[in-house]
Design a protein around this ligand. Structure first.
Ligand SMILES: *[C@@H]1O[C@H](CO)[C@@H](O)[C@H](O)[C@H]1NC(C)=O
Ligand SMILES: *[C@@H]1O[C@H](CO)[C@@H](O)[C@H](O)[C@H]1NC(C)=O
Ligand SMILES: *[C@@H]1O[C@H](CO)[C@@H](O)[C@H](O)[C@H]1NC(C)=O
Ligand SMILES: *[C@@H]1O[C@H](CO)[C@@H](O)[C@H](O)[C@H]1NC(C)=O
Length: 259
């Protein structure tokens, strides 16, 4: 070691001693303490490709060198004891029909066939639904509201059918100002008077298993849908704060006006 290197080593050693960690190995090499953290997370997607299920795992630390690391799942499988994951870049996954969907499985991280860490997981409790799609917003003039609809692939599935959806919407360019609504159906009405007139809005939806047998995580967001609210007319202003009676009158005048 150079003098400078030795000095640096000493300083590092002292710092380590103070913080109570020992990252300074016998042979004088720096040992990266982080390397020992092979913690990982997984999620399942049931019936993603016909009757096939998908299980995806990844290390929590994205900088981990996973070149020689393998994942394996054992227990709660049909006909086999264990299955080895496929690897795509930093993701490990299994697509199979062999999940029992009852009871815990053990997930192993292996280096040269040796278990270096493991975790118990229940496939049905780490479900991440598919993102909803086909978000649409229709303005209903007579009702002074907007009808929001969307679709989900889960309505056609056998297992994870019951979801809670979160609809989030905001006026465009008003960052971080999302209004959020939870619902179990795929339909929602937004009152016109709760939205700014003549404004561009964006809206998106995501889903989570509705905590019965299946539990888990939020899906990705659906693609965002954009819609514009109508301008405020003189009649709107006149009938402004809408009481039911005025509302009825206004509907009448709107109808008369159309003729
Ligand atoms: C990752 O580890 C492998 C095998 O130990 C090694 O060949 C490779 O160079 C490493 N990659 C990086 C980016 O450190
Ligand atoms: C796998 O290895 C880790 C770390 O060596 C150990 O804590 C864990 O108990 C092992 N798991 C099983 C199921 O053998
Ligand atoms: C929802 O999507 C499914 C699959 O793409 C389709 O078969 C179904 O007709 C859609 N439902 C509605 C209400 O649009
Ligand atoms: C929607 O449900 C989620 C999950 O239960 C909860 O965290 C969130 O606060 C709810 N949002 C609203 C607007 O009720």
């Amino acid at each position: 070691m150079t003098i400078l290197g030795t000095a640096f080593g000493m300083v590092f050693y002292l710092l380590q001693a103070v913080s109570g960690e020992s990252g300074y190995a016998q042979n004088g090499e720096f040992e990266d303490a982080e390397l020992d953290d092979y913690s990982f997370s997984c999620y399942s997607q049931l019936e993603v490709d016909g009757t096939q299920h998908l299980l995806t795992c990844a290390f929590d630390d994205p900088d981990i060198n996973s070149t020689n690391l393998e994942f394996e799942i054992c227990e709660a499988l049909l006909n086999v004891k264990c299955l080895t994951f496929d690897k795509l870049q930093d993701m490990y996954f299994i697509k199979t029909k062999k999940f029992l969907l009852i009871g815990d499985s053990e997930i192993y991280v292996k280096l040269g066939g040796r278990n270096i860490t493991s975790k118990k997981l229940n496939i049905v409790e780490i479900v991440k639904p598919e993102a909803p799609f086909d978000v649409r917003v229709i303005y209903r003039k007579g009702a002074n509201d907007f009808l929001v609809t969307f679709n989900t692939s889960h309505s056609q599935k056998k297992y994870v059918k019951e979801l809670m959806h979160e609809v989030a919407y905001r006026q465009e360019k008003k960052e971080n100002d999302w209004m959020r609504v939870n619902l179990s159906s795929t339909k929602l009405t937004l009152l016109q008077r709760k939205l700014q007139p003549d404004a561009m809005y964006e809206i998106k939806v995501r889903s989570i298993p509705n905590a019965n047998y299946f539990q888990g995580f939020w899906s990705e967001w659906s693609p965002t849908f954009h819609f514009r609210t109508p301008e405020i007319t003189e009649l709107n202003l006149l009938c402004g704060p809408v009481s039911p009676i005025i509302r009825r009158l206004w509907n009448n005048c709107a109808r008369n006006q159309k003729r």
